[in-house]
Design a protein around this ligand. Structure first.
Ligand code: SF4
Length: 307
């Protein structure tokens, strides 16, 4: 590992929280020290078709998170420390090798911010070995430009959320007013540097940016603002993945406005706008309001239910 990059754990600013603490001796806001912690890894067939493609995306779920949304569908590992397991760098490289040998279409790092020094070390190993496979940075959109500038050359595909464009919605739902501007600036930077997602002739993602947006109940104006920002600032060719699967897990009475699924009227309002504006690329998830098949349970051996 490049010592200069690994040293970032000692005065951590790997995310916009910029805790400035020494993670070799204590945890940051994200809940993690500099010991690499992973809950699970698998060939994931439930990502967008261009990501999972035929064999599945070689997905690695890190523990901890710098954003900690109260409704997070991965809350068991992002905040509740379920089945944490620590790995050295050689074991981590071994996990990636196993996924590649099992046919992974790509390597998909989920919520990787807090462990980027380890991830870069692993990616450099595979580059040195001339093993070419797309590496994916799959995260919240809460990434600083300073962090992205250090990361961008190692990553092929960015799968980035644009959860909130509206400060009031962001403050209510995730207690964070700065998220809208941080995510917007991250998307702007990534589009400038990487461009929109590019697929190969077989429909598999090769490089670029795929933007995800989860429609939240009540705050439909926020979704409208997200869509409008993307369309008017970046055009109708951005690669967009719109999701309807929001499920009010883990919430309490303090968050009544989002303590339900979205309804059909809310869904239609957002989808109609996307269609009216003529977005060219991406995915729209069907309206979901009755089951939880899309949601993981990290206590199970098989995290995702078989369909
Ligand atoms: S990655 Fe963790 S320790 Fe580092 S700045 Fe973010 S929250 Fe703080």
């Amino acid at each position: 590992m490049k010592q200069s990059y690994f040293d970032l754990y000692k005065n951590c600013s790997l995310c916009p929280r910029s805790c400035g603490i020494d993670r070799t001796v204590k945890k940051g806001f994200c809940g993690e020290t500099s010991d690499l912690s992973i809950n699970a890894y698998l060939l994931h067939k439930g990502e967008e078709p261009c990501i999972s493609h035929k064999n599945g995306s070689g997905t690695i779920f890190f523990t901890g998170c710098s954003l900690k949304c109260p409704f997070c569908q991965n809350k068991q590992i992002s905040q509740l420390a379920v089945k944490k397991k620590y790995y050295g760098i050689d074991q981590f490289i071994g996990i990636i090798t196993e996924l590649i040998n099992n046919g992974a279409e790509n390597i998909n790092f989920v919520t990787p911010d807090q462990f980027m020094p380890h991830i870069i070390e692993a990616i450099e190993y595979f580059k040195r070995k001339k093993i070419n496979i797309p590496f994916i940075y799959n995260s919240s959109g809460y990434q600083s430009l300073e962090h992205l500038k250090k990361t961008i050359d190692f990553i092929d595909i960015f799968l980035i959320d644009y959860k909130f464009a509206d400060e009031v919605a962001s403050n209510y739902c995730i207690n964070n007013r700065e998220y809208p501007s941080v995510a917007y600036n991250a998307i702007k930077y990534l589009l400038e540097k990487k461009g929109n997602l590019i697929l190969n002739s077989k429909g598999k993602a090769e490089k670029g940016l795929l933007i995800r947006h989860l429609i939240m109940p009540t705050f439909i104006d926020n979704s409208i603002k997200v869509i409008n920002n993307l369309y008017f600032d970046f055009g109708n060719k951005v690669y967009l993945s719109l999701m309807s699967q929001y499920t009010p897990f883990y919430l309490n009475d303090n968050l009544l406005k989002i303590n339900r699924r979205i309804n059909k009227k809310e869904y239609d309002e957002v989808i109609n706008l996307v269609n009216e504006l003529g977005f060219k690329n991406g995915y729209i998830q069907e309206f979901i309001n009755t089951d939880d098949d899309y949601l993981p349970d990290f206590k199970r051996v098989n995290i995702f239910k078989q369909k």
